[in-house]
Design a protein around this ligand. Structure first.
Ligand SMILES: CC(C)(COP(=O)(O)OP(=O)(O)OC[C@H]1O[C@@H](n2cnc3c(N)ncnc32)[C@H](O)[C@@H]1OP(=O)(O)O)[C@@H](O)C(=O)NCCC(=O)NCCS
Length: 268
């Protein structure tokens, strides 16, 4: 849902709220923004009140903001309203010409890739392997990783197709089963950007550079097939040193740090 705040000057601010389902149906994910020329006049707080009324009307009990710049106005605003920090995420950017992608596949593994729907012969082990993302450090987050099943994979693929989002997946196979994966998305409105989704390696297969191999292969594939893509963005928990190192090895640079903040709706 979207909100706009107007004054005689036109639109001076607004908000977006997402209402996730399943494991996180008690929470709304929100972003409130006020034009810099119109700050410190109560606009942000007024917009937040409107958002919170809708969140409460839907029976949800908490709001989370995931893209609050470390050290910025949003951090001070939210902390003054009683939000607490759950974790931090580093936003990293890779400009495709700068990518270092020459990484050999370790013996005993092979790579496979697809656009859109996972092939039937690997979808079951792909769904199982997706649950390995649950090991990524989420800090204090109350937000829960999804519980992946074949049905959920298919539902997610169908949702992406409806939205016109193209999803590319590269997996590592061991003895015919998926043991690692990385996925990216491109959106029709911004073909120059690639969004990195999950990257996960099943615990028993970690430490063999599969994370780096998977992401390197993905970047080579994208560079060959999607010439419009100029850059990739990815967000990684600040405590996830393994993934941050992999990204640096591929040529990513750190852009900024975002705070993840949460507050109960009660009393807002
Ligand atoms: C955060 C944001 C929406 C605040 O909008 P705003 O209209 O300026 O906020 P308000 O006027 O309602 O501020 C209410 C109170 O919050 C606190 N606050 C807001 N901005 C602050 C700042 N830069 N430094 C310290 N305290 C601040 C103050 O206590 C303020 O009351 P006061 O002005 O009487 O002292 C705006 O700064 C913004 O768009 N930032 C970028 C986007 C962002 O980070 N959003 C937050 C995550 S959802």
């Amino acid at each position: 849902m979207h909100w706009l705040a107007r004054s005689g000057a036109g639109v001076v601010g607004g908000a977006v709220a997402y209402f996730p389902e399943e494991e996180n149906a008690d929470t709304a994910l929100i972003t409130v923004t006020v034009h810099p020329d119109h700050r410190r006049r109560g606009v942000g707080t007024a917009v937040l009140r409107a958002v919170v009324a809708e969140v409460a009307r839907r029976g949800r009990t908490a709001v989370e903001a995931w893209q609050v710049d470390e050290g910025g106005a949003g951090e001070r605003w939210a902390l003054s309203l009683g939000f607490r920090e759950l974790r931090r995420m580093v936003l990293q950017r890779l400009d495709l010409p700068a990518a270092r992608t020459d990484v050999p596949v370790p013996p005993g593994y092979e790579l496979r890739s697809w656009v859109g729907a996972a092939p039937e012969d690997v979808v079951a082990s792909y769904a199982r392997a997706r649950n390995a993302i649950s090991d990524s450090p989420l800090g204090e987050a109350d937000y829960e990783h999804p519980d992946w099943t074949v049905d959920r994979v298919r539902a997610e693929e169908a949702a992406r197709r409806r939205q016109g989002v193209e999803q590319r997946v590269v997996v590592a196979l061991h003895a015919g089963r998926v043991v690692g994966l990385t996925e990216v998305e491109t959106r029709p409105a911004s073909p120059e950007w690639l969004t990195q989704g999950d990257t996960a390696v099943v615990a028993a297969h970690r430490g063999r550079r599969l994370g780096l191999v998977l992401k390197a292969h993905m970047l080579r594939w994208v560079a060959a097939e999607l010439p419009a893509v100029e850059a990739v963005l990815t967000g990684t928990g600040t405590g996830n040193h393994a993934m941050i190192r992999v990204n640096h090895a591929l040529g990513y640079r750190d852009v900024r740090t975002w705070l993840f903040l949460r507050r109960a709706v009660d009393g807002l």
